[in-house]
Ligand binder design. Structure first.
Ligand code: 5RP
Length: 288
């Protein structure tokens, strides 16, 4: 029985004050259910609308590549500076402390390594993704690959179906095969295909004409960093991508292969969220 002693009448009904219309800061997500929006809000900062995702999933196809030999030593100290982390489940469960409470974009497909051609990728059981409390699942799309295109589109499609049941967004990751062009026509097509098949976020590469890639993609686009560049060039890449409409970066090697990864991720964060110029970002990097 509820305690009825001291039951106080409500009096603050705000009569005369309209209920504010809520808008949502993530592109293309206004019509999604609450759980999806909650997860997307954990990834994309509601104030800046942007995200710095730290990608360290490379080992799932490359093994212990430079900078990722010891995730506990090289990556864990960076996590506090990231808005979101992207990794595969084996590293998440074995090495990432669950106490960070950072949103996780889980690498949710697997199958190939760098030792073989792209082959029969599979996607994760959605219940395992739920058990790890992930905020998004990342699935690769090999658009233009004669063998793997259909398989990877089917994987994305299935991941979107699975995610929709439980409110988990999906990030479509556009692959760069050796025979695929790296221009705005290709990335624009691949990004749009990802979004049309239900991806809530698209990860692709920066290129000339990137503003067209972003404009034609109805959901947020984040860029991969690609191979290691000098710090100033990496910050320029971030700056240009944000200027051209990217919603953030999902960056790996340009952070964890930097001589000073902790300083680099903070400089990237400042360029993405606070509008620092690449030069200001470099000064921050040097100061740190
Ligand atoms: C590959 C990926 C990687 O996470 C991605 O390439 C980001 O890393 P980097 O900035 O080192 O390119 O999704 O499919």
């Amino acid at each position: 029985m509820a305690d009825l002693d001291d039951l106080r009448e409500g009096s603050r009904f705000g009569i005369g004050t309209e209920v504010a219309n809520q808008t949502f800061h993530v592109k293309g997500a206004g019509n999604l259910p609450w759980g999806m929006k909650d997860r997307l809000s954990r990834i994309f900062n509601p104030k800046s609308g942007k995200s710095v995702m730290l990608a360290f999933d490379h080992g799932f196809i490359m093994g212990p590549t430079s900078g990722l030999e010891r995730i506990d030593l090289n990556i864990v100290p960076l996590i506090e500076y990231a808005d979101c982390i992207m990794c595969a489940r084996g590293i998440l469960q074995s090495t990432v402390p669950p106490t960070f409470n950072k949103p996780i974009c889980l690498r949710a497909d697997a199958g190939s390594t760098i030792l073989t051609e792209l082959n029969d990728n599979v996607i994760i059981d959605i219940e395992d993704a739920l058990r790890m409390n992930v905020s998004a699942m990342a699935v690769m799309l090999a658009i233009g690959d004669p063998v793997m295109e259909a398989r990877t589109v089917a994987n994305l499609y299935k991941a979107v179906d699975n995610g929709a049941k439980y409110g988990i967004p999906v990030m479509g990751v556009t692959a760069v095969g050796k025979d695929m062009a790296r221009d705005s026509r290709y990335f624009g097509l691949a990004s749009r295909v990802a979004a049309e098949n239900g991806a809530n976020i698209v990860k692709t590469y920066y290129c000339d004409g990137f503003e067209n890639v972003v404009a034609a993609c109805p959901v947020p686009v984040v860029i991969a960093g690609g191979k290691k560049l000098p710090e100033l060039e990496a910050l320029e890449l971030c700056y240009k991508a944000i200027n051209d409409g990217a919603a953030g970066v999902d960056m790996g090697r340009n952070v964890f292969q930097s001589e000073k990864p902790v300083a680099m991720i903070q400089a990237v964060h400042a360029v993405v969220h606070d509008g620092l110029t690449p030069q200001q970002g470099l000064e921050m990097f040097n100061d740190l």
